[in-house]
Design a binder for this molecule. Structure first.
Ligand SMILES: Cc1cc2nc3c(=O)[nH]c(=O)nc-3n(C[C@H](O)[C@H](O)[C@H](O)COP(=O)(O)OP(=O)(O)OC[C@H]3O[C@@H](n4cnc5c(N)ncnc54)[C@H](O)[C@@H]3O)c2cc1C
Length: 813
């Protein structure tokens, strides 16, 4: 037999280690005991998964292969030492080597009864469902007065104590034999047939059909119509294929799609049960071969891109267009990051197209007001453009006086709005605005980026010019296909078709930095714990911002009075600022890190953006929990968020049957489902609606009557809303509950217009480029809605181009 002995402390001097060493030599003719030490085991931390680190993997493998485990624990404050608790946490979270494993608990301590309370506690821990060890009952061996218990050769002096230890140990050997019989895999047989089950998915039920022969799960069909396209797709292919390959339910859940992953596994487990078999047996089977570590991997490329969101895919596409080899390394199983979650509109001034649309009430007033900004309020770099803009507005107003009420726009107007819209002071009075040269590239290249995306296969809907909340102007190019998925799907298809490689499930952990400071590749960890190294003379960081890292948001925040520990976010959980840390490891400077953006109209429960009725801001009517309007709904995102927070956080978007038709995120079936679930409210009268959301009916009726009168006048004397479309008039009426959640991080790595990452000195870091939300300097204190897509596709494209051009120059030297 082969046992593992765990020394329950990381102290260098330990009587528990002595006890295990004694047991190892004393029982050496009967069993082989290998002693494992806790020194070097990292503190357990859910946010920094170390399950695949060599030390945790060593524990996992040795315990899995052993016939039994002996744990020798000291007692600290009536319990086990924190180092022992940490390894037990690691081995009961993603890994479960203790499951069903026979365990003997022993302990040595200075006091007579020294480790008894720690042993009792340890037994409780080992019994927890995540650990699920088979702990030998009774036979509690405590070595009291441990400091006097051993002779110089490390032998226990007392014969009686040795006799008792022998009797406990013999019992454990018998116990281990019997307990291990329970671990022998059971045969499973199924009642052949086709089983229809429903599993819980992210957006509701997932109907599944599972086909079984008498010995095998043959086929798993999942109806994915209700799930968001792009985000969980990989779950529906990978999990069923691993279940069938390994005939096992021991399948890893996929990062970022845990609800859906568990939904599929639970659904198959249900079908197994219906077919007369025990799913627990399948859960204990080994993983599919394809899910097991097959060794480290090494690649070379001309350019390696970190992150397969919009910026990363654009950078890769641009590298491929120049005939060079690119590899994208992506942290999550599914590509797309935040980009796949977008509502779609991408800002680009295209005056020829926009002038086909009529102006809406209040728009003329908006540009007049902006053009009337006193010049002393305009920063020097922007002044020349501001003067051109003023002239453009004067020309437009002259034209509209002649009766041509068309939608105005220009790249310079876009630039001025990005500048004014992003200019903010933080809590310490520090003032920030978008860096002129970067904002100029963004706004001048925006339309070229739209055309470039079209060449790559993105189709835009030119029948509608739209704007998301906080965009401040109707210049949004919306794809025909489903939201952000349209961009990601087209770029992915292009990248793969041109021979680009995408390594998913591989978070990049560090950059390869040469002695002269040049960056020459990346090192990541693959899905099965293997080390993945990509050597490339150019590295593009495109790993997004840090909206899903509350700790980092709080660490840098200088804009919001407070960021709650439990603040929700609209971001993918992958967006944790990794690229910013990677850049810093190479000496990068950071810019604007204190400024983050809240999305005012987020789901109060999940932080998600696209639940309820999301309509264009000209049709927003926002009321607080007293049923009163509290802000100009056409304002910027931070103005709306601050107003919402000052009004208690939670507020409602009120819509009627006509406004509902302008929503860009939903359809009647989704609306009905949400009303049924109680996440969206609907009533035939405003009074009834008010009652449903616990608002005084008279107040809501008065608020809406007042708002409707402002729509008629095209003027809002209360809050200054200056762009209106529809009144709230046609039943049924709707109320969507909303609350601000973290949405975007404007700060990041300092870059230049060619996307080089810069040091504090302003020097470039050779071989390192950054594009997208990982970079800062553009949006400053507040990003305009729709400007991020413009940013990631413009600078992503530039990053790929610069990286290739510079290599060509270097290779000629
Ligand atoms: C719900 C929602 C709706 C939005 N709607 C709009 C909109 O309509 N218009 C608009 O302009 N903007 C919108 N935005 C903002 C916009 O989506 C983002 O700013 C933009 O997509 C960021 O693109 P990116 O390529 O920089 O990063 P992302 O698209 O977030 O991609 C980053 C990628 O890097 C990966 N990654 C992270 N760390 C690592 C690592 N260590 N190793 C390897 N890979 C890593 C991530 O998994 C991810 O795939 C929206 C954002 C959200 C959250």
């Amino acid at each position: 037999m082969k046992f593992v002995g765990i020394v329950g402390t990381n102290a260098s001097k330990s009587y528990n280690r002595k006890l295990l060493e004694f047991m190892k030599s004393h029982f050496s003719e009967k069993v082989d005991i290998e002693i494992l030490e806790l020194k070097g085991v990292p503190m357990f931390n859910e946010s920094d998964d170390q399950s695949q680190s060599p030390i945790i993997q060593n524990f996992n493998t040795k315990i899995t292969e052993a016939d039994g485990v002996i744990i020798a624990t000291p007692e600290h404050n009536h319990s086990v030492p924190s180092a022992l608790k940490s390894i037990l946490e690691w081995l009961s979270w993603n890994l479960h080597p203790f499951d069903g494993k026979p365990v003997m608990v022993v302990g040595a301590a200075y006091d007579m009864q020294g480790s008894s309370r720690a042993q009792l506690h340890l037994r409780q821990i080992l019994d927890a469902p995540g650990v699920n060890a088979s702990v030998m009952p009774g036979s509690e061996f405590l070595l009291g007065r441990a400091n006097e218990a051993f002779d110089e050769a490390g032998k226990i002096k007392s014969e009686r104590t040795v006799d008792f230890l022998e009797s406990c140990f013999h019992r454990f050997m018998r116990f281990a034999k019997i307990a291990n019989l329970l671990n022998v895999p059971e045969d499973v047989s199924f009642e052949p047939g086709t089983y229809e089950v429903k599993a819980v998915g992210h957006n509701g039920d997932l109907p599944m059909i599972v086909e079984m022969s008498s010995t095998r799960i043959e086929k798993i069909d999942i109806d994915t119509a209700g799930e968001s396209q792009g985000i969980a797709d990989v779950v529906f292919t990978r999990i069923p294929s691993q279940i069938i390959e390994g005939q096992t339910l021991n399948v890893d859940i996929l990062s970022g799609a845990s609800v859906t992953s568990n939904g599929v596994i639970d659904g198959v487990a249900k079908a197994v049960k219906m077919a007369g078999a025990n799913p627990d047996v399948l859960k204990k089977r080994p993983k599919a071969q394809s899910a097991i570590n097959h060794g480290d991997e090494e690649y070379t490329a001309d350019v390696v891109v970190v992150g397969a969101g919009g910026a990363g895919l654009a950078a890769a596409a641009s590298v491929l267009q120049q005939g060079k080899k690119v590899i994208i390394v992506e942290k999550f199983p599914a590509i797309g990051g935040n980009t796949v979650r977008t509502g779609g509109p991408m800002n680009a001034a295209d005056p020829e197209w926009q002038r086909k649309f009529a102006a809406i009430p209040g728009e003329g007033h908006t540009i007049e007001e902006l053009a009337a900004t006193p010049e002393e309020q305009v920063d020097a770099e922007y002044l020349a453009d501001f003067r051109i803009f003023k002239q453009q507005v004067a020309d437009y107003l002259r034209d509209t006086k002649e009766g041509k009420e068309f939608l105005f726009d220009s790249a310079i107007f876009h630039r001025m709005q990005t500048y004014f819209g992003g200019k903010r002071n933080d809590l310490q009075g520090y003032s920030i605005y978008g860096q002129y040269d970067l904002v100029k590239v963004l706004t001048d290249q925006a339309l070229a980026s739209v055309k470039w995306l079209e060449e790559l296969g993105v189709e835009f809907d030119y029948n509608e010019v739209t704007m998301p909340v906080g965009a401040l102007w109707r210049r949004g190019h919306k794809p025909v296909k489903h939201e952000g998925y349209a961009f990601v799907a087209a770029l992915e298809q292009f990248v793969r078709a041109q021979g680009g490689q995408i390594l998913t499930d591989t978070p990049v952990k560090r950059l390869i930095i040469e002695a002269d400071g040049r960056v020459s590749g990346v090192i990541g960890t693959g899905v099965a714990g293997q080390t993945v190294t990509v050597h490339a003379p150019a590295v593009v960081l495109a790993s997004g911002g840090f909206g899903a890292n509350t700790q980092m948001l709080k660490q840098y925040n200088t804009y919001w009075n407070e960021i709650d520990d439990d603040i929700k976010t609209s971001n993918s959980p992958a967006i944790t600022g990794d690229g910013i840390l990677l850049g810093q490891s190479a000496g990068a400077d950071l810019v604007g890190m204190g400024f983050s953006q809240m999305m005012p109209v987020s789901d109060p429960q999940t932080g998600a953006l696209f639940s309820g009725l999301q309509v264009p801001p000209q049709n927003f009517v926002m009321v607080n929990q007293q049923g009163k309007r509290f802000v100009n709904e056409y304002g910027s995102r931070d103005q709306l968020s601050i107003a919402a927070i000052n009004n208690g956080g939670l507020f409602y978007l009120i819509a009627d049957d006509k406004i509902k038709e302008t929503a860009y995120n939903t359809n009647q079936a989704k609306i009905d489902k949400q009303v049924e679930r109680g996440t969206l409210f609907r009533a035939d009268t405003l009074e009834e609606l008010a009652q449903q959301i616990h608002i005084d009916p008279t107040t809501l009726v008065d608020t809406i009557a007042m708002y409707n009168s402002y729509v008629d006048q095209g003027h809002d004397p209360e809050f200054g809303k200056n762009a209106f479309d529809l009144k709230v008039a046609v039943a049924p009426f709707y109320a969507t509950p909303r609350k601000p959640a973290v949405h975007h991080t404007m700060g990041g790595l300092k870059i230049d217009t060619q996307t080089h990452v810069l040091r504090e000195s302003g020097q470039i870091i050779p071989g390192l480029y950054a594009a997208g939300e990982v970079a800062g300097g553009i949006h400053a204190g507040n990003r305009l809605g729709g400007n991020s897509l413009t940013d990631i596709f413009t600078f992503g494209r530039i990053a790929g181009r610069t990286a290739v051009e510079e290599q060509a120059v270097l290779s000629k030297l």
